[in-house]
Design a protein around this ligand. Structure first.
Ligand code: AMP
Ligand code: ZN
Length: 469
């Protein structure tokens, strides 16, 4: 069956034609590990997880490669910005290597909680310096580079399709990339492949190279590592939408210049999660993490469900109210499913025709550029359909949940073992204290928190009591 994806390269929905039958080579740009991933980053990884699982659902074999940007200075384009990894190391009194390891683990921890499946191959930038140097050598030999003030640059004017992905004029690209004026460059959009002379003088992460001791430019790792693990041609390459004008544009330039042919067939980009109209950014330090959401009384899968309610190419506005709506709706959905599960009669016979019919409807939606809202409609049609017996319904829920990954058939812990009573009592005591010191804002905040946990406060003669909503 056909799978349609929106290709940012050319900006239209296209039928996916794999390079190898029933196989997808997928590369997704991974995290920069100098801080926790924020929920915006996680939205992008959820989108990529759904993409991968949708292909797997349609019997494709997906080879998924993701990099870990574990060199902080690679974050900034050219030589701008700060060395994020060293900043993190100073802040936390750790070595840069410890920082990278700590935040990489934290990232995968978040992914596990969100039921994001691990990539087939995870590769760290610091472990692929040799491959990056080899790639620069090829580019140098083909005449795409120049050396200026000790650094090796990629000369974008030598690559004719430079602005094809972003489809912007050179002026727009320049404005968008916000590159610091660097008088060593021939064109302001040229980018560094290898630094030997950086403003970060005492760089700890440095390696020997034919151009001197230094470190690679930011964009190089994805080209070098994807080439190593996925070969010269890739089916799909993903990332967040912010990567279009700089990172992916530069990845294409250096990869296709080196290879001499087209590199990626489909580029897919996830839109941003925004808060109060603004972008959430890791570098500003002011952002929401998954842990913060859990502290507020939500479950990680409430956030996954929240993300799946809108299409990946649409901006998603985050608020705790909207997340709460999603959490309530997921809870209702799960209790409906639990009721169906309880009514299963072991003697029920599965009508494979009916099951196939719904499976096809579901497949039609996920293969329509991941139309997840419609896929949920198919799920609720299944639950409502009086022509289906409970066993058939559960078989379908099980099947769809391979893509949704919301543990739809698992009972919530609180239904089984009750809520964390100690936490509830502590919060109520804190609220009482806030009220007696007339700190109404804090008291309201705690009530909202309890509300998210589905706890209703009840005033009694003895004081405040509580019950499950
Ligand atoms: P980083 O760790 O900063 O390299 O970002 C990891 C991924 O998250 C990249 O694919 C980014 O494009 C994506 N990203 C960054 N900010 C947001 C956001 N606010 N919403 C969705 N995705 C984002
Ligand atoms: Zn990348």
């Amino acid at each position: 069956m056909s799978f349609y994806v929106y290709n940012s390269y050319g900006k239209k929905k296209e039928e996916f034609v794999p390079l190898k039958k029933n196989h997808v080579g997928l590369y997704t740009c991974g995290p920069t590990v100098y801080n926790y991933a924020h929920i915006g980053n996680l939205r992008t990884y959820i989108f990529e997880d759904v993409l991968k699982k949708s292909f797997e659902h349609l019997d494709y074999d997906v080879k998924h490669v993701m990099n870990i940007t574990d060199v902080g200075h690679l974050q900034s384009d050219a030589d701008a910005g700060e060395d994020k990894m060293e900043l993190g190391a100073k802040r936390e009194n750790k070595t840069v290597w410890e920082i990278a390891k700590y935040y990489e683990d934290a990232f995968f921890n978040d992914c596990d909680k969100l039921n994001i499946k691990r990539p087939s191959i995870v590769c760290r930038a610091t472990e692929h310096i040799k491959e990056m140097i080899e790639l620069i050598k090829v580019l140098e030999k083909k005449g795409y580079t120049y050396i200026s003030n000790g650094n090796v640059y990629f000369e974008i004017d030598k690559f004719k399709d430079y602005n094809k992905l972003a489809n912007l004029s050179m002026e727009e690209l320049e404005a968008g990339s916000r590159v610091e004026l660097d008088e060593n460059k021939k064109n302001p959009l040229d980018f560094v492949l290898w630094f030997t002379n950086s403003k970060f003088k005492n760089q700890i992460m440095q390696w020997d190279s034919p151009w001197g001791r230094g470190f690679p430019g930011w964009h190089l790792e994805c080209s070098a590592m994807s080439l190593k693990y996925l070969g010269e041609r890739i089916d799909i390459h993903c990332g967040g939408i912010d990567h279009i004008p700089v990172h992916h544009t530069n990845e294409i330039a250096q990869s296709e210049a080196a290879l001499g042919h087209k590199w990626v067939n489909y580029w897919m980009h996830g839109e941003f999660l925004v808060v109060d109209g603004g972008k959430m950014s890791k570098s500003s330090g002011d952002f929401l993490t998954l842990s913060r959401i859990i502290e507020e009384g939500f479950k990680p899968l409430d956030y996954r469900y929240f993300c799946l309610q809108s299409r990946y190419r649409k901006q998603l506005i985050f608020s705790f109210d909207a997340l709460n709506d999603a959490a309530v709706s997921l809870k209702k959905l799960k209790s409906k499913i639990a009721a169906v599960a309880e009514s299963v009669n072991e003697k029920d016979i599965l009508d494979m025709g009916k099951i196939r019919n719904y499976k096809e409807k579901f497949a039609d939606q996920i293969s329509d550029d991941l139309n997840m809202p419609n896929a949920f409609t198919v799920l609720s049609d299944v639950i409502k359909d009086s022509e289906l017996n409970a066993k058939e319904k559960i078989a379908l829920v099980f099947d769809f949940d391979k893509v949704f990954s919301l543990n739809l058939l698992e009972k919530d812990a609180e239904n089984l073992s009750g809520v964390d009573e100690e936490l509830v009592e502590r919060l109520i005591a804190e609220r009482n204290e806030a009220r007696s010191s007339k700190n109404w804002a804090k008291a309201d905040e705690i009530r909202d928190k309890l509300n998210h946990m589905n706890i209703e406060l009840v005033d009694t003669k003895e004081g405040v009591s509580w019950k499950l909503k």
